[in-house]
Design a protein around this ligand. Structure first.
Ligand SMILES: NC(=O)c1ccc[n+]([C@@H]2O[C@H](COP(=O)([O-])OP(=O)(O)OC[C@H]3O[C@@H](n4cnc5c(N)ncnc54)[C@H](OP(=O)(O)O)[C@@H]3O)[C@@H](O)[C@H]2O)c1
Length: 243
């Protein structure tokens, strides 16, 4: 992968920002969300986010993983984007080990239905035991399919209660959590007031059509965001918002 140059234009300006200044590891409990969207607000092109991504986005994507205790993803994204085992790059492993972190972050998947394949490399090739978060409605038998492959956490009866989920994850020592999507899970996290930071890459393309937006589901009130940083790499803009 080409190492994209990323410049900071606000609040201070700096050219070719180094990795450790692009993404820092937060102290204590922190929930970050990372998305890429088209200029016209689409979160997908042809049903996937890949076509919206580029070298600059991929660089920040890896740095966000590097600095987190856990990567949290909704089952819809896992099913559509075809995730494998959660592994960071060799450089990220070295960065993590130097700071006393596990080699790789814990992969946390949210699924009420447990419609996930235990034979997937997500589980069979996982370098760290993944976590599956589900509801009390799921059967004992469906949970038992993950015996030895994942730690299964029940959070909520009818729907996954994301606030209860975060309490359970923090009890496991997972303070810094990175949510890589998707829109339904982000909507639930916003509803629960659980999001601390959003990293949004604006990809220089328009997709029109019926592409989903980055957040979905009902929200009682609009949530205000405070702009904290603007990064630029060529035509790509990368925004950081705090809540
Ligand atoms: N642009 C980007 O950066 C980006 C990032 C990620 C995803 N995407 C795109 O988003 C699309 C997938 O969207 P999505 O909304 O289906 O994905 P999602 O939020 O990843 O997954 C939704 C699923 O998560 C599970 N879930 C359980 N409890 C939930 C809760 N309280 N709130 C929300 N979800 C809960 C459910 O799984 P069960 O059905 O198993 O019960 C639900 O069907 C894909 O096209 C993907 O490419 C884009």
């Amino acid at each position: 992968m080409t190492m994209a140059t990323i410049d900071r234009v606000w609040p201070s300006s700096a050219g070719d920002v180094i990795d450790d200044d692009l993404v820092t590891r937060p102290d204590g409990p922190w929930l970050r969300v990372n998305f890429v969207a088209s200029v016209d607000g689409g979160a997908t092109a042809d049903g996937l986010s890949g076509a919206l991504s580029g070298d600059a986005d991929k660089r920040v994507f890896e740095l966000l993983r590097r600095t987190t205790d856990a990567v949290l993803v909704g089952a819809g994204t896992v099913r559509s984007e075809g995730y494998g085992a959660m592994r960071v790059s060799d450089a990220s492993v070295a960065w993590r080990l130097a700071r006393g972190l596990s080699e790789h972050p814990v992969f946390v998947i949210v699924s009420g239905s447990l419609d996930l394949d235990p034979a997937s490399e997500i589980f069979t090739k996982a370098p760290v035991l993944p976590v599956v978060v589900t509801t009390g409605k799921s059967s004992e038998a469906s949970r038992a399919r993950f015996d030895g492959l994942a730690r299964v956490i029940v959070a909520g009866e009818e729907h996954v209660d994301v606030a209860a989920m975060l309490v359970a994850l923090r009890e496991l020592g997972l303070d810094s959590i990175l949510n890589e999507g998707g829109p339904s899970l982000f909507g639930s996290l916003l509803s629960a007031g659980a999001v601390d930071e959003l990293r949004l890459t604006v990809s220089p393309v328009l997709v029109a059509g019926d592409a989903t937006r980055i957040s979905g589901g009902p929200l009682q009130h609009p949530v205000d965001a405070t702009l904290a940083e603007i990064l630029v790499s060529g035509d790509v803009m990368m925004l950081r918002y705090l809540f």
